[in-house]
Design a binder for this molecule. Structure first.
Ligand SMILES: C[S@@+](CC[C@H](N)C(=O)[O-])C[C@H]1O[C@@H](n2cnc3c(N)ncnc32)[C@H](O)[C@@H]1O
Length: 280
């Protein structure tokens, strides 16, 4: 059955939707319910055209070949939702400045290391907000062993995040004193993070539902507004893996509509609606 498409638009059938859905689930853990059939079309049809295919069927055959691996990655990028903002959910950053970073600073000054993780960082507003909070509560952090790991499955958004350059209008969500302290004008109407803060984040491509190469544990993990795209089983597996990566007494921050189900709390105590603390 062909969808409503006009001349030049690729063929798209129910079978194609089922195939994309299976790929998204297998490759990234992302689940598209039946109601997202049109959304999938609008996100993928451009890739189909740009890769030179007349139908989803032939495009999907191609991405599932060895030579189509690069296009498979572009397909997964096209399927992700990357909406984000600076200081989204302010309570998390207050908690960071007032509770997490002072403890991390004491640990680091005593010769330890300080690690934080933004686990689905999108275009970087989240890890740069974490970095600004670290700098506010611990100004000499860049002179110590402090790192903010910032990861996402989508290589395009990770490159954007690593550049640390944003349009002025997007930076409006940053408090004025932080903006003037940590950013400088860049190009025509842009702002760029500058100075020691640039040494704090380390940006990497990482699929939360694959193996994690990094070692060690984190004082806090921000895993926000990503598990909403996963099915229940994938979420539960992830909560357990994240809990394993927290220091005793470390914190997990989740998105405003996300909760760690009580059966999968794995040593995590809910201390605020979207903040969990791992038992010491
Ligand atoms: C809506 S954004 C959330 C950004 C930020 N955490 C926030 O709350 O503002 C969701 C991000 O999750 C990423 N994502 C989706 N599936 C992923 C996976 N399996 N592994 C890692 N990142 C994933 C997407 O690429 C996207 O950038």
């Amino acid at each position: 059955m062909n969808d409503m498409r006009s001349a030049g638009e690729p063929d798209y059938t129910d079978a194609d939707f089922q195939r994309v859905r299976r790929i998204a689930q297998d490759e990234a853990g992302i689940y598209f319910p039946d109601t997202k059939r049109t959304l999938v079309y609008s996100r993928v049809s451009r890739r189909v055209r740009e890769a030179g295919h007349a139908s989803f069927h032939s495009y999907l055959d191609f991405v599932q070949t060895v030579g189509g691996r690069g296009e498979m990655e572009r397909l997964i990028c096209a399927l992700t939702t990357n909406v984000t903002n600076f200081f989204r959910e302010k309570t998390h950053f207050m908690h960071l400045e007032e509770i997490v970073v002072p403890k991390l600073a004491a640990q680091v000054r005593a010769g330890g290391r300080g690690r934080l993780w933004s686990a689905a960082c999108s275009t970087g507003q989240e890890p740069w907000s974490i970095a600004m909070s670290v700098m506010t509560a611990f100004p000499d952090a860049p002179a110590h062993d402090v790192r903010i790991l910032a990861t996402d499955i989508n290589a395009d958004v990770v490159a954007h995040a690593a550049a640390g350059i944003y349009p002025t209008v997007e930076a409006e969500a940053i408090p004025a004193e932080k903006k003037s302290q940590f950013m400088e004008p860049h190009g025509d109407g842009g702002l760029r993070f500058t100075g020691g803060i640039r040494n704090l984040p380390a940006f990497r491509v990482l699929n939360l539902n694959a193996n994690w190469p990094m070692k060690g544990t984190f004082s806090a993990i921000f895993c926000r507004n990503v598990v909403i795209y996963f099915d229940e089983a994938t979420r539960e597996r992830l909560w357990h893996r994240l809990a394993d990566r927290l220091d005793p007494g470390g914190f997990l921050c989740v998105g405003h509509s996300e909760r760690v189900a009580s059966k999968s709390q794995c040593g995590l105590e809910q201390i605020a609606p979207t903040i969990y603390r791992k038992e010491s």
